[in-house]
Design a protein around this ligand. Structure first.
Ligand code: SF4
Length: 440
């Protein structure tokens, strides 16, 4: 079979990164191997995100620019659009950009090989129908993967929370949990090929097992995954503050393999804004949860997301967000200016804040977070961290891994360290990473 090359452009959340991995594995039997050079690709696939307006606009510009590439390239080049923009725009994408060959929605990735064969024969296709809740095989088929150190394992998909600003429930569909035994089987298979770290993945992993076909609760799944021999570390993402149960929090005290970091997006520090966002918790509840987590695992590192400039956000409400940040002392924070997403509840609100005001607030918030992150990183200096070495660092002669909190640690060492967990003395703390040396 002649090898063809696929260039995958992935934007957005970890779910999309995982789907891109699934796509690459799925298309391998058709002779497609991945390339990082778009100009040599036979197939360009955009795996898209519609959570923020900016990402969607730049995707559409990219697709528009491909018209020339497609007409100039000798031989046939195929263009595919997957992910949330594909789900939302469907047929419209083909109407606007007739040089696109296929549009595959968030529930239809299993159809991709078939769609691609049609595209190779000149037939355009759009597939965006949502699957039935029982279509587990199509949704959750395990990815056949090469040996690696760390792997994501999807445990649930979709979201029922309908936060007022968020498009995800409309483009990813309702919450469906993967069968408990299937998750454990995939983790066992990964352990057998040498995977050491598992990241359990879902839009809202805390509500695993609750919706659709019932499964044991997430904390039970977590305990079972950490019990699998060969797996040294377990993380999970993303959590919803309203669904962090005491049973789940106690896992941080009781499971040594569960890493001491948690992504727990607050989105705002103001109760009025949280209500308008339909987040389902208050600032007090959020802080209470953080307190319980710190009691269970005193050194736990909390990361989060914040939206700045939600419709009607006053200066005082924004300052409540800053004060929440001071109280939580985030390890890292992903922060965004609010942008209305058509079809969501918040898109009907009066988006009355000037762009300059939003950007000015974002700048203040990011400056504060920069200080907090730097203090966290500098706090590591002189300590010894257990580091799971994952690969070569960018700098020659160094390898790179992560400590328990997930922070990247670079250290001098040979490739023989890859896959090992080693004690590393931390020498320097930078903005986003640490530098260390093997403990003597
Ligand atoms: S919990 Fe809210 S923000 Fe997260 S995916 Fe669901 S609707 Fe979107």
């Amino acid at each position: 079979m002649n090898n063809k090359k696929i260039y995958i452009n992935t934007v957005g959340c970890q779910m999309n990164v995982n789907d891109s991995e699934r796509i690459a594995a799925m298309l391998q039997p058709l002779g497609y191997i991945q390339t990082k050079k778009r100009q040599e690709a036979d197939l360009i696939l955009f795996n898209t995100c519609t959570v923020r307006a900016g990402a969607e606009e730049s995707l559409l510009q990219n697709i528009a620019n491909l018209k020339n590439l497609k007409s100039k390239k000798t031989g046939k080049i195929l263009i595919a659009v997957a992910g949330c923009v594909a789900q939302q725009m469907g047929e419209q994408l083909l109407k606007r950009y007739p040089w696109v060959d296929l549009v595959v929605g968030t529930h239809n990735l299993h159809l991709l090989p078939d769609m691609l064969m049609d595209a190779e024969n000149g037939k355009q296709r759009v597939e965006t129908a949502f699957l039935d809740d029982n279509a587990e095989v199509e949704r959750f088929s395990a990815i056949r993967r090469e040996a690696r150190i760390s792997a994501f394992v999807t445990v649930m998909q979709g979201c029922d929370n309908f936060c007022s600003y968020c498009i995800v429930p409309f483009v990813r569909g309702r919450e469906v949990s993967r069968r408990f035994t299937d998750v454990l089987d995939e983790v066992s298979e990964l352990a057998a090929i040498g995977v050491k770290e598992i990241v359990l993945l879902g839009q809202n992993v805390n509500s695993y097992g609750i919706k659709g076909v019932k499964q044991p609760p997430f904390f039970v799944l977590l305990r079972a995954v950490t019990a699998i021999s060969g797996i040294e570390r377990v993380r999970f993402v993303t959590s919803h503050p309203k669904d962090m149960s005491d049973d789940l929090i106690s896992c941080f005290a009781e499971l040594p393999k569960l890493c001491g970091s948690l992504h727990l997006p607050a989105q705002s520090g103001s109760n009025r804004i949280l209500r308008a966002m339909n987040r389902g918790y208050t600032r007090e509840h959020y802080l209470d949860t953080i307190g319980k987590l710190r009691k269970a695992r005193p050194d736990i590192k909390i990361t989060g997301d914040m939206i700045v400039g939600f419709p009607g956000e006053t200066e005082a409400e924004f300052e409540e967000t800053l004060s929440l940040m001071e109280e939580v002392n985030y390890f890292d924070l992903f922060s965004f200016v609010y942008s209305p997403r058509p079809g969501t509840k918040a898109a009907e609100f009066d988006d009355n804040l000037e762009k300059e005001v939003k950007l000015e607030r974002l700048g203040r918030l990011q400056k504060l977070q920069g200080i907090h992150s730097r203090i966290h990183n500098e706090g590591y200096v002189g300590s010894t961290q257990r580091v799971l070495v994952e690969g070569l660092a960018k700098r020659h002669g160094q390898v790179s891994g992560r400590c328990d909190s997930g922070r990247i640690v670079n250290l001098t060492g040979t490739p023989s360290l890859i896959g090992k967990t080693v004690d590393v003395k931390i020498l320097e703390g930078y903005a986003n990473s640490l530098l260390g040396e093997l403990e003597k």
